[in-house]
Design a protein around this ligand. Structure first.
Ligand SMILES: [Zn+2]
Length: 137
């Protein structure tokens, strides 16, 4: 069994994962996911920009039921487990919408760090991983 990312080009590594964003070479805005054209100034001088591994929780909620499928490909029915969803501000550059490892004990402004978590098992028996933020400490 191998660990495979849920999609290419979204995050790097596994021990010290980082999200892959993009930064505009003209105006400096940072986006996630990465984009080919700047959403602020329309420049195409977008370069790959690894995001900070840690940030601050800005807002969150709990996903109590499976999202619409497609695009959702995770567990449904009795296999579904509610999970946290929130926005984490990274490096004062960008707010990222992400799964959270917790559904309780969360506080606005608390420090969060990026981790990779199991999402599902694919047809070949590989463990598909996605990214999530967990409270630090
Ligand atoms: Zn720009």
């Amino acid at each position: 069994m191998a660990r495979v990312p849920i999609a290419e080009g979204i995050f790097t590594g596994s021990d010290e994962p980082r999200l892959i964003g993009s930064r505009c070479g003209a105006c400096g805005i940072v986006t996630f996911p990465s984009q080919d054209a700047c959403p602020r100034c329309a420049s195409t001088r977008m370069g790959e920009h690894p995001l900070a591994r840690r940030g601050r929780l800005w807002a969150w909620t709990t996903q109590e039921f499976p999202p619409p499928s497609p695009p959702y490909t995770g567990p449904t029915g009795e296999d579904f487990v509610p999970y946290g969803v929130g926005y984490v501000e990274l490096g004062g550059e960008v707010r990222v919408e992400s799964r959270l490892t917790e559904t309780e004990g969360l506080e606005t402004g608390m420090e969060m760090e990026l981790v990779l978590v199991p999402f599902r098992t694919d047809e070949e028996g590989n463990e598909v991983v996605t990214f999530a933020f967990r409270p630090v400490g």
